[in-house]
Design a binder for this molecule. Structure first.
Ligand code: HEM
Ligand SMILES: *[C@@H]1O[C@H](CO)[C@@H](O)[C@H](O)[C@H]1NC(C)=O
Ligand SMILES: *[C@@H]1O[C@H](CO)[C@@H](O)[C@H](O)[C@H]1NC(C)=O
Length: 330
């Protein structure tokens, strides 16, 4: 009898450990709004679809916004907050995140659509809306559809000074990438999977110019870059190019969420050092090769990784609230 009782305790303990890997995510669940705003997911999807039909930029802009939100002070929509005369917010960090305006607009439009439904008004957090919107843009661009966990609150502060050191740089090597992601509870495998977001969207020339013009005294061009690709990049980004020029990060299928990112890396077509290093470093190369040839394995890893990303630093209880206007604290 005693033995059976203990076995039951062990089973239920390990079950709850796998459903709630840490206390931070303990309050997140898939059907969080079932009794609060039952149609929230279809309302958000409708608003995202509408925005997507207006401009494709919605897709990369929203996905990158989620990443930057979660890595700075947790997934609490602090990145969406606008600066005021007394507070310089995250989005206006001097490092210039160059986050595209359409990501912010997507969250604001989806929030408006949710709040237009009387029962839902002021009941759904901006943080959850961003998580749903990112899921929807991935599906709209051909990526996997997956269920999202909900129940985040919005953060109570947003400070540009908080951004320092929290985001990866395009010059990072594998150890730097791995340790920054580890500090957010993400494994090296998660990091490699999430990096595939660079299968979509744009980069300004300045972010990789050193790799094609003055890499080192011996090698003006980074030897890990495909030579044909390097020449193409020089053509699109001549020296002294207009600072506003941005180019596709995936030269082959820039509007499709696919595993082309890894195929490109195998061919030396990773745009940033932080992309190409995933292939040149022998510890991550097997994963890159595996996902370059197996789209399903990549998609599974991506869904696992983005689900973990969306659990980072979630606010609950008195550490958060539900903003009326996603861009305004309080
Ligand atoms: C692994 C380390 C990463 C580094 C060093 C990095 C760095 C960058 C840089 C420098 C840009 C170009 C910005 C510009 O010039 O406008 C960029 C764009 C982008 N990043 Fe990352 N990123 C990383 C990981 C991620 C992750 C994890 C995601 C999302 C899951 C992501 C999503 C995006 C997207 C979608 C764009 C295109 C934005 C647009 O077109 O508006 N990145 N990233
Ligand atoms: C920095 O951000 C501002 C506001 O979003 C934008 O107008 C400006 O062009 C950006 N500068 C660079 C160098 O990206
Ligand atoms: C470089 O790119 C070209 C064409 O885009 C491709 O045919 C070639 O195999 C690539 N080189 C390497 C070393 O992968």
């Amino acid at each position: 009898m005693m033995v059976r009782f203990n076995a039951l305790v062990v089973i239920s303990l390990s079950l709850s450990l796998c459903f709630f890997p840490d206390t931070i995510s303990a309050q997140l669940r898939r059907n969080y709004y079932a009794n609060i705003c039952p149609n929230v997911e279809s309302i958000v999807r409708g608003a995202v679809q509408k925005k997507f039909q207006q401009t494709f930029v919605t897709v990369p802009a929203t996905l990158r916004l989620l990443f930057h939100d979660c890595f700075v002070q947790g997934c609490d929509a602090s990145v969406v907050v606008a600066s005021t005369s007394t507070n310089k917010a995250e989005k206006d960090h001097s490092d210039n995140l160059s986050l595209a305006g359409d990501g912010f607009d997507t969250v604001i439009k989806a929030k408006q659509a949710v709040d237009a439904v009387p029962g839902c008004r002021n009941k759904v957090s901006c943080a959850d809306i961003l998580v749903m919107a990112a899921r929807d843009v991935i599906a709209l661009s051909g990526g996997p559809s997956y269920a999202v966990e909900l129940g985040r609150l919005d953060g109570l502060s947003s400070k540009a000074s908080n951004v320092n050191g929290k985001l990866p740089q395009p010059t990072f090597n594998l150890n730097q990438l791995t340790s920054l992601f580890a500090s957010n509870g993400l494994s090296q495998t998660d990091m490699i999977a999430l990096s595939a977001a660079h299968t979509l969207g744009f980069s300004h020339c300045s972010r990789f110019a050193k790799r094609i013009y003055n890499f080192s005294p011996q090698n003006p061009i980074d030897p890990s870059l495909n030579k044909t690709y390097a020449t193409q990049l020089q053509g699109m980004c001549p020296q002294n190019v207009d600072q506003r020029i941005a180019i596709n990060m995936d030269p082959n299928t820039p509007r499709t969420f696919d595993n082309m990112y890894y195929k490109n890396l195998v061919q030396g077509k990773g745009l940033f050092t932080s992309d190409q290093v995933l292939f040149t470093d022998t510890s991550s190369q097997p994963t890159v090769r595996a996902w370059a040839s197996n789209s399903q394995a990549f998609q599974n890893a991506f869904v696992t990784a983005i689900t973990k990303l969306a659990r980072v630093g979630v606010k609950t209880g008195k550490n958060g609230n539900i903003r009326r206007d996603c861009a305004v604290l309080g």
